[in-house]
Write a protein that binds this ligand. Structure first.
Ligand code: FAD
Length: 816
């Protein structure tokens, strides 16, 4: 007699299993019960039909019941729900949902592929008619229909489905608020790696509310735990899924602590005649063998195939899950495989991490954009997990890394992998090789890293080896900038008695600086992942570093506070494919050729440029009118000069450094010795009391920061004369009263020395050492003909916006 096989659930796991059984053994009688309207539909495509990316609903059915019947000889019964399993008599009870009739179906072997269902948290109003989940075609139709009349949507949960739905609703033109209980989106990734995606959501005007819990839902929207109301006509619950395992549980099969059906490696449940596959089951972690469940399509399909093999007498073993996954939101993708850092540290496992930000293909070939990879290695160098974030094509990298994790490859194996290369696809040293090189450098002791989230553990002399225009986008506070190309000639400016922290944007030049300096006898560490990774950690702590100002006025609208000149020219600059500092250098060059008031429209593919441009505009006195995504690129509109930003514009446009405590800001306008002393005494005192202190030096105040012996710089006659007449540095300042041709100042210095009061020079050094930010007004420098080379190291050059941004976050502001 033919073997009777019953399969419950006819989508990913169930249909894979059914088709393979028939391929292996035509003599079997396979019946598939599916309670929904269709088998084999594209769950993963549901959000894209909502958003109109997939326009034909029929395309959502990958294989129709009729095709499957004809091709495989399967008996497919849609609209049939299995309501009970009788494992003793080996039969299931089935209800024909259309006819309302029930019947029993015997089986020799039963496969449960019942999937998972959306979790509906116990919130008042969760059953309201405006609340939707997205799990099947019906749900999809409901959301699509509602979205046609809705203007505001609230998506609850920023996992894969929540993100995809938020993107698609936004593409339909709805205002979207994305509410997430955790402090990050996309929980499988480590929080810092989600920042580019968060920025992408924000740039596309999705309002993301992290650390926010929904406490109630009504027909007007949702209420958050702090009482905030989020207006929404459409509420989508994407708060995770729970295994559909009630049938199994009621039949006495073993289920795990979170309700998943427990199976062995042959996909058999605690009853050997009952197999289970897909989202409903608990399998094991591929690396450690620990119990684990991952609701993804790949594992479900492969588990279905393995169950089929075993049912047909083959011996197939499921090796466990890695959790390899990928998601694309607007222009950014994020992928991961294996263990995350969160998981490793929760489990108390030893590891080290590597961040790299290579270009996705050869830099010189058009369209190159940066990709970010985080690799997690055991102390011996075995790859335990990896995360990849970037605009496109991150799937190739994550797939190679998934193989590497599976095969327990080491950093050295990654170094030596031979991967396909031509300039359109990768670099001759592929990004996977680069990850291996970096990890192996750490293992070999060729570089000692400082971690971007642990800077407070060491008192370092920060050295930025980027080009000055790159550093204009922001630096780690207290940094000295010496471009990599000049470093070997400027060792005498570096301390021998203090550890140097070298960095650049992505870590490569930081590493080069490390190698040079360590061989020159300096004590040095390199910043893991460079300034970009450091910014991500700052963003996690609530700072706006590098966040693009998506919500600045739209094209054509005047920006608050910008002085409107008579008709301005618009110049277009396409920097697509260039990587930092290329775009900034080109912007800077174009700006010098433009008249004040002209507008530069920059098209870029590097999202890093979009993160940098607000701070660059701010520090160079230009006005950022708008940034926005445009197809696969981004557009920034910059108005040359004349910016008088309002507080609101500054808050959006400025990329201030992290402010975790109330700051103090001081405008130092004067170069009088006594006033400068007062400025620095207050600044040092406030810094000692753990305040973030910024001193903004404008007009005469700039003289305080002049080097006594500055290198020669080219200047016009007037600027040169002006410079000669003004004091050079704190040692040359005069008293505001009773100066008596310098006698008063000398007497004052004598008294200070006697009474052991710090000299002005010492006060400046102490302020720098305690992290006081010394910001010099770029406009005043220009007016007074002072060049950056004439000023002491470790200062920043900024516009009024930079100062206002800090003042907004301060509770004391002094003008001296
Ligand atoms: P399903 O494919 O969900 O199938 C279970 C079926 O069983 C359902 O059709 C259900 O109606 C039926 N059923 C349940 N109980 C009964 C019963 N008693 N009687 C009869 N029929 C029953 N994964 C990825 O890897 N990548 C993605 O991009 C991705 N995107 C997704 C997007 C969305 C919107 C959703 C919902 C899921 C997505 N997934 C994705 C997850 C992936 O779809 C699932 O992991 C996979 O489908 C699980 O397969 P399964 O066979 O276990 O369950």
């Amino acid at each position: 007699m033919a073997k009777k096989i019953v399969i419950v659930g006819g989508v990913a796991g169930g249909m894979s299993c059914a088709a393979r059984i028939k391929r292996l053994d035509e003599s079997t009688e396979v019946t598939v019960f599916e309670k929904g309207e269709a088998v084999s539909f594209a769950n993963c495509g549901l959000p894209y039909y909502v958003g109109g990316v997939i326009s034909n609903r029929a395309d959502m059915i990958v294989q129709s019941a009729t095709t499957l019947k004809g091709r495989y000889g399967l008996d497919i019964k849609t609209g049939h729900e299995v309501t009970r399993i009788d494992p003793v008599n080996k039969e299931v009870e089935v209800t024909d949902l259309k006819e309302g009739k029930s019947f029993k179906q015997p089986y020799d072997e039963l496969v449960l592929a019942t999937g998972a269902e959306p979790i509906r948290p116990n919130i008042p109003g969760v059953k309201g008619s405006n609340v939707y989940t997205l799990n099947n075609l019906n749900d999809m139709d409901g959301i699509k229909e509602k979205a046609q009349t809705a203007s505001k949507a609230c998506v609850i949960g920023a996992g894969f489905i929540g993100l995809e739905l938020a993107e698609n609703l936004r593409m339909l033109g709805l205002d979207v608020v994305l509410v997430e209980m955790l402090d990050q989106i996309l929980p499988p990734l480590d929080p810092e790696m989600t920042i580019p995606l968060l920025q992408e959501l924000q740039m596309n005007s999705i309002d993301v509310r992290l650390k926010s819990t929904v406490t109630a839902i009504d027909d007007k929207g949702v209420t958050l735990q702090d009482g905030t109301k989020v207006e929404a006509d459409l509420v989508c619950l994407c708060a995770g899924v729970a295994p559909r395992s009630a049938l199994a549980r009621e039949a006495g099969l073993t289920v795990g602590p979170r309700g998943h059906i427990v199976v062995n490696t042959r996909m058999q449940s605690s009853d050997a005649s009952v197999y289970a596959v897909g989202d409903a089951v608990q399998t094991c972690d591929r690396l450690t063998g620990e119990d684990c469940s991952v609701p993804l399509a790949g594992p479900a399909n492969r588990q279905g195939r393995i169950a089929a093999d075993n049912i047909c007498g083959r011996s197939s073993v499921y090796p466990g899950v890695l959790g390899t996954s990928i998601v694309k939101i607007f222009n950014q993708s994020a992928a991961s495989t294996g263990w995350s850092e969160k998981r490793l540290s929760r489990a108390g496992k030893a590891y080290f991490r590597v961040y790299i930000h290579p270009m996705q293909h050869a830099k010189y070939y058009p369209g190159a954009v940066p990709v970010s990879i985080k690799g997690l290695f055991s102390p011996e160098g075995v790859l335990l997990g990896a995360q990849v974030v970037g605009p496109d094509d991150v799937n190739a990298a994550v797939d190679v890394l998934a193989i590497a994790v599976t095969q327990k490859m080491t950093a050295s194996d990654l170094e030596n992998l031979e991967l396909a290369y031509s300039p359109q696809y990768d670099s001759a040293k592929s990004m996977i090789n680069m990850l291996g090189f970096t990890a192996q450098n750490i293992i070999n002791g060729d570089v000692v890293m400082i971690e971007p989230d642990q800077l407070d553990q060491e008192d370092l002399y920060w050295l930025d080896v980027r080009m000055p225009e790159e550093a204009e986008c922001g630096v780690i506070p207290g940094t000295t900038i010496i471009p990599m190309e000049e470093l070997r000639y400027r060792y005498d400016e570096l301390p021998r008695d203090k550890k140097i922290g070298a960095y650049c944007t992505v870590g490569l030049r930081g590493y080069l600086a490390y190698r040079q300096l360590i061989q020159a006898g300096f004590d040095v560490v390199a910043l893991n992942g460079g300034y970009r990774t450091w910014c991500w950690f700052q963003n996690m702590n609530g700072a706006q570093t590098g966040i693009p100002c998506a919500s600045l006025p739209a094209c054509g609208e005047p920006c608050d506070g910008i002085i409107q000149d008579s008709p301005s020219n618009t110049i277009t600059l396409d920097v697509s494919g260039l990587q930092c500092p290329g775009p900034l250098a080109r912007v800077k060059q174009s700006m010098t050729e433009m008249a004040v008031g002209d507008i530069l429209e920059v098209i870029a593919t590097d999202v890093g440029f979009m993160a940098d441009i607000p701070a660059w505009c701010n520090s160079t006195g230009n006005s950022l009118l708008e940034t926005r995504p445009e197809g696969n690129s981004y557009k920034a509109r910059i108005r040359k000069g004349n910016s008088v930003p309002t507080v609101a514009a500054v808050q959006k446009a400025v990329a201030p450094d992290p402010v975790t405590k109330k700051g103090k800001t001081i405008v130092c306008f004067s170069d009088d010795l006594d006033r400068v002393m007062a400025t620095f005494v207050i600044a040092n005192g406030a810094a000692a009391m753990d305040s973030d202190v910024t001193i903004f030096f404008t007009f005469w105040g700039i003289n305080v920061l002049r080097k006594t012996k500055a290198p020669p710089v080219s200047k016009g006659l007037l600027d040169r004369m002006f410079g000669m007449m003004m004091p050079k540095g704190p040692g040359k300042l005069s008293l505001s009263k009773m100066n008596m041709g310098g006698m008063g100042s000398m007497m004052m210095r004598h008294v200070m020395k006697k009474k052991q009061v710090m000299t002005p020079e010492e006060l400046v050094a102490a302020a720098q050492a305690s992290g006081v930010r010394l910001v010099v007004c770029s406009m005043s420098m220009d007016v007074m003909g002072i060049k950056k080379e004439e000023l002491i190291d470790g200062i920043e050059i900024g516009g009024v916006g930079a100062f206002l941004g800090r003042a907004e976050q301060a509770d004391v502001n002094l003008f001296i």
